[in-house]
Design a protein around this ligand. Sequence first.
Ligand SMILES: *Cc1c(COP(=O)(O)O)cnc(C)c1O
Length: 349
Amino acid sequence: MFDLQKLVRENIKNLVPYSSARGIIKDNQATLLDANENAFSSSEIEGLNRYPDPLQVALKKKFGKLKGVGNQNILLGNGSDEIIEIILKTFCDPGKDNIVITPPTYGMYEVSANIHDVEVKRVNLNKNFQLIPQEIIQTIDRHTKLMFLCSPNNPTGNILDPNDIEKILREFNGMVVLDEAYIDFSDTNSWTKRLGEFPNLIILQTLSKAWGLASLRLGIAMARGKIIDFFNKVKAPYNIGGLTQQTVLRTLENPQKMHLALNEIKRERSRLMKRLGQLEVVEHIFPSEANFLLIRVPDPKMLYQYLMEKRIIVRDRSTQVHCKGCLRVTVGTPEENDQFIGAIQAYKI
Ligand SMILES: *Cc1c(COP(=O)(O)O)cnc(C)c1O
């Protein structure tokens, strides 16, 4: 039986969260002498002397509307990386609890767990980069609080079979964190629509990829309200700056630019696949539902160095599970992709 109260750490359940001045006062016209802010801003930009909305209500309403999710079901973080930390801090007792990850996958889950002294259990994906649900279920023990699944997966680019994800959601009584950082590049549906079905599902998205706002740092978690309530207790009170909130609001109000870029990236992804497929040095291109391609070549280290000398930087993933010989290439602008194709065309094995 899934029991949220049993999963949350005892100290977090008992935690009296920091009560921020700006969380209580709603009257913008009031004389604000409560938060030790400086009434004389030293910036050209207005309003930066005041603390920002700790719960980012306006932003969550806007994002929630886009995703069909209520604002009480949303947590915003300083990038997904902060959210991963908040999740670990909420559920995992250091030195006692463990998490499951499914390599090859995003590196931050493990790093974050290591920082918090939380044991990491690895259940590799199969050779087709799909989950092995039976093995995952067998690996879980009574200290397994969380599992991180990534779909579309980084660095492989494929969607994880939804039937496998559903099986795990139903059989695992801990939290399943489904990282959908690349979902907008995929033709498959986000799991946000099914959030109501699963009390143990946490979906991660980010503005760093499809929305092109990596520098702003904004990650999103979506889950049942009771889970989000715990995260709000754990997070730093003012974790999203006021400028970020304003900038993101304006970007979300005008999504046409994002859609145009998204279409161009998908077109370029197809073109890259086609052009790279004609080259002898490229042994295999894995199908991708993300904004990158994983390619297999005979000597990845040498090709990596060669490209580096031409000042084209790709990611060497050749030491990852099932990724022997693999480089990961992000889809760039048409000009950048042409540079990459040209360079690899001129490469002699
Ligand atoms: C890029 C990426 C993210 C985004 O992280 P941010 O901290 O939001 O920039 C999250 N998950 C995966 C799998 C990624 O590849």
